[in-house]
Design a protein around this ligand. Structure first.
Ligand SMILES: *[C@@H]1O[C@H](CO)[C@@H](O)[C@H](O)[C@H]1NC(C)=O
Ligand SMILES: *[C@@H]1O[C@H](CO)[C@@H](O)[C@H](O)[C@H]1NC(C)=O
Ligand SMILES: *[C@@H]1O[C@H](CO)[C@@H](O)[C@H](O)[C@H]1NC(C)=O
Ligand SMILES: *[C@@H]1O[C@H](CO)[C@@H](O)[C@H](O)[C@H]1NC(C)=O
Ligand SMILES: *[C@@H]1O[C@H](CO)[C@@H](O)[C@H](O)[C@H]1NC(C)=O
Length: 507
């Protein structure tokens, strides 16, 4: 035989061996697991890496309430506050995840949630909404009175006298309440103590907090532990809550971040009963996700989770704010906000809260569609496809009967300061496409791939034989084999040939 023929035969046999090898390997693994194991290695070259690094991205929609009967309420003619929602006031948000360290089992990164914050006039209720004038309760005075009531009840009278100058309602622009809200009292206090003077809601909500996560990656830690947190800022307990944890039974405090997620990526192969908790950094707590149902989104079947269930009892250590027992569907965040102001989170418009707001207000329209916070998670890849992260911040007011009449009128009310919705932006098209392939193609392609490996193996062996016998055609080969082996059927003959191939080739 010519050397060219030998080369051809060897190449064909290598190809055959490779395909047999792939076939045998495929018998022992599940392709879905194989793909997932690659995904959880979290390699820098991963096609979805860029989208993760520049996350979270989306729109922050904020809403404030305009009090329309301040005069009537002050004079006692009305005993309920009439409120009117103003919004959305929309900002574009782009975050950034800065990878600090990574190895086989962990990645450590710093999350800058608000690297880009840009007002979107066209998406807002009106382009000049920031210049609109609204009337709001004077939340500085109400918050201070609540604090005084709890910490120094006897100071109530002096407090009132000192603040006679301050009106109980404030009228100013939307911009002022979102970004620049301050009072003379605060400015004085900030000069002599560590009290901060700007208590505007967005200014404080979008202030960067230190967020350095160490999370599990890689097959060694298990697919089910992918991206579960080991430490946040090198601690297991959320930093703001550390001074307060000793008082409580740790099981009733959602402050341990071990095993929680940062809400950017989730482990693959999530089931409805897989425990998933996220770190809600703006409220300094861990928040369990509650599976609701399946929902179709952009051609993908997703799991819908809610962040807060209607009428959910607050955890033991978050059920009071400055001594005030909170209604169901709320939890305390006062350890976590500027100046430790009394505050509690609820769903917007008091949706799902046992607070009977209609005793004190007219104008809220709580409903699940607009006010229930949720996340849609693609369960095979563990990638969230959209979310509406919504909360309302409220000041819980105690019984203020020891104060002057103008404050007394606010006794036992919940005063909302604003509510917001973070709506995650659309994932880039190719990320969605990869997810679609992962969900719809990968689970079905294994039998086809294995069949292809077999066919290729068979073809290369036959090719080797044909070359060895002097470039025979299939018909010639067929005749030759039938002649040799008598009455065996063609199909069986072929397999026979495969099995005997090493002998044939050596001849
Ligand atoms: C807020 O309410 C006041 C009093 O009713 C009204 O004059 C004002 O126009 C309202 N502001 C907006 C932006 O609707
Ligand atoms: C990977 O890094 C983590 C924390 O950064 C460390 O605890 C762990 O020991 C490292 N693992 C290896 C295999 O180096
Ligand atoms: C809002 O008011 C400020 C100052 O009065 C003005 O400079 C600005 O152009 C106004 N913005 C809009 C969108 O009307
Ligand atoms: C946090 O939770 C983990 C897992 O449940 C537990 O092992 C650890 O002891 C907890 N840490 C603290 C400080 O409570
Ligand atoms: C809530 O308050 C309204 C108005 O005061 C009252 O009519 C209603 O019965 C109250 N609802 C409950 C459940 O207490």
């Amino acid at each position: 035989m010519k050397p060219v023929q030998w080369v051809k035969i060897v190449l064909c046999l290598i190809l055959a061996a490779l395909n047999v090898f792939l076939f045998v390997v495929s018998c022992g693994v599940d392709y879905r697991i194989l793909v997932a194991r690659e995904h959880i290695r979290f390699r820098q070259e991963m096609p979805t890496m860029d989208s993760w690094i520049n996350s979270p991205f989306g729109k922050l929609k904020s809403y404030v309430f305009n009090v329309t009967n301040a005069e009537e309420f002050r004079s006692g003619r009305d005993n309920k506050l009439k409120v009117e929602e103003i919004g959305p006031i929309v900002y574009k948000i782009v975050g950034f995840n800065d990878i600090l360290e990574r190895n086989e089992t962990n990645v450590k990164y710093r999350k800058h949630r608000y690297r880009v914050v840009e007002f979107l006039p066209e998406d807002s209720v009106a382009p000049d909404v920031l210049n609109w004038t609204i009337t709001s309760t004077n939340n500085v005075i109400l918050g201070a009175a609540t604090k005084i009531k709890h910490t120094a009840p006897l100071a109530a009278l002096g407090f009132d006298a000192a603040l006679m100058m301050e009106d109980i309602f404030v009228t100013d622009s939307v911009y002022y309440f979102l970004w620049e809200f301050t009072r003379p009292l605060l400015q004085t206090l900030s000069r002599i103590s560590n009290i901060r003077s700007n208590v505007a809601v967005l200014y404080n909500a979008l202030k960067e907090k230190e967020e350095v996560y160490t999370v599990n990656i890689g097959p060694k830690r298990g697919i089910e532990n992918f991206f579960r947190i080991e430490t946040l800022n090198d601690e297991v307990i959320i930093r703001e809550q550390l001074p307060h944890t000793r008082r409580y039974n740790s099981n009733s405090c959602p402050f341990n971040v071990t095993g929680a997620l940062d809400n950017s990526l989730f482990p693959p192969f999530v089931q409805p009963d897989t425990p998933l908790d996220i770190v809600a950094i703006e409220s300094c707590r861990v928040l369990p996700l509650t599976y609701q149902r399946q929902q179709r989104y952009n051609g993908l079947d997703t799991f819908r989770y809610t962040l807060l269930k209607p009428y959910q009892k607050p955890p033991g250590c978050l059920d009071r704010s400055y001594g005030i027992k909170l209604p169901d569907g709320m939890f305390d965040v006062s350890q976590c906000v500027i100046n430790d102001a009394p505050s509690a989170f609820s769903m917007p418009h008091f949706y799902g809260s046992s607070y009977n707001w209609s005793q004190h207000y007219e104008g809220y329209t709580p409903n699940a569609e607009d006010h229930e916070p949720y996340i849609l998670l693609e369960p095979v890849t563990g990638i969230p496809v959209t979310e509406k992260y919504r909360f309302q911040s409220n000041i819980p007011i105690p019984d203020l009967s020891s104060f002057s009449l103008r404050l007394k009128r606010f006794s036992n009310m919940m005063i909302p300061s604003f509510w917001y919705e973070f709506e995650m932006g659309e994932l880039p098209g190719f990320v969605t496409a990869l997810m679609w392939i992962n969900v719809n193609i990968v689970p079905h392609m294994q039998p086809y791939c294995m069949a292809l490996f077999l066919v290729l193996a068979l073809w290369s062996v036959l090719k080797a034989i044909r070359v060895a016998c002097g470039d025979l055609s299939y018909a010639g080969l067929f005749r030759k084999l039938c002649g040799d082996m008598g009455a065996v059927t063609a199909l069986e003959t072929k397999f026979q040939a495969t099995n005997d191939s090493p002998d044939v080739a050596v001849k």
